[in-house]
Design a protein around this ligand. Structure first.
Ligand code: PAF
Length: 277
């Protein structure tokens, strides 16, 4: 059984009990609508011999005014059942009021790394994300915190804030989990229409084509422009970015080491992905 706690005080009490028994703690921060990607993060905590705490909190401060906060899937009972089956020890499911007390005025801003990619396309997103992740880390003070590589920029931002703020936690990046057709697992996939779900794997297919062509010596700008055209032709709407960047600095890269990063819309669902070149 996975116990649910809803207050920071209860979370800290459970963790203090484990600590008194000499146990280690892993935190898996999520916004719920759990899928195999999240469960692989739980496994990463369990395989390190930790008590695993999964936070489920749809964080309003990381959504822009025209984004999908209201439509974001919420299914706590199903999520907690999945966690119980997987062997997670505790679900932390705070209310918005518990996380952001009235008058809450402090934000965590990571400069530079957040100027590009999703930071450019979603103003304020990383400030809200970095703030809630900092709070979760300070609330739980885990030994490890697990993040999926699907949100590669998020992972870099979290690594930087932990370093800059001297938060004593080991940040663990875990590989992206994909459907058989290559689509990266995301809670947002639940909102794709059947027609859009059929098109969605093209994003990863085109990214792989880019990575292969560039690795074989192709001109990055041409290869990226061709991929963009094919995605639009196949039915993708706005493409926020399709770019090659350095894996850690996230600066635009024409040569290796580099990753291909993409964010594109199908209907009102925004898909993101990244792969190494
Ligand atoms: O990746 C997510 O689901 C969220 O950005 C996170 C890390 C749980 C913070 O709200």
């Amino acid at each position: 059984m996975t116990e649910i706690v809803r207050t920071v005080a209860d979370l800290r009490a459970r963790i203090a009990g484990w600590r008194a028994g000499g146990e280690k703690v892993a935190l898996v921060p999520t916004m719920g609508a759990l899928h195999a990607g999240h469960l692989s993060l739980v496994d990463a905590g369990l395989s390190r011999g930790c008590r695993v705490v999964v936070s489920i909190f749809v964080n309003p401060t990381q959504f822009g005014p025209n984004e999908d906060l209201a439509k974001y899937p919420r299914q706590e009972a199903a999520d907690v059942a999945l966690l119980a089956e997987r062997g997670a020890h505790l679900a932390f499911c705070p209310s918005v009021g518990e996380m952001y007390a009235q008058g809450s005025a402090t934000r965590v801003d990571v400069k530079g790394l957040t100027d590009c990619l999703c930071g450019a396309a979603r103003p304020g997103h990383f400030s809200g994300m970095a703030t809630v992740v900092t709070k979760l880390l300070l609330q739980a003070l885990p030994d490890f915190a697990m993040f999926g590589e699907k949100d590669w920029q998020q992972l870099q931002v979290v690594r930087r804030l932990v370093r800059d703020l001297d938060i004593p936690v080991d940040i663990v990046g875990c590989p992206t989990i994909r459907e058989a057709d290559g689509l990266a697992l995301s809670s947002r996939n639940l909102r794709l229409s059947a027609a859009d779900r059929a098109i969605a794997p093209l994003l990863n297919r085109e990214m792989r084509r880019v990575a292969e062509a560039v690795a074989a010596g192709g001109d990055a700008a041409t290869v990226l422009a061709d991929a963009r055209a094919r995605l639009t032709g196949a039915g993708f709407g706005r493409i926020d970015y399709l770019e090659m960047r350095h894996p850690e600095t996230l600066e635009l890269a024409g040569a290796r080491p580099a990753r291909v990063f993409a964010a594109a819309y199908l209907g009102d669902v925004r898909l993101i992905d990244n792969i190494p070149v």
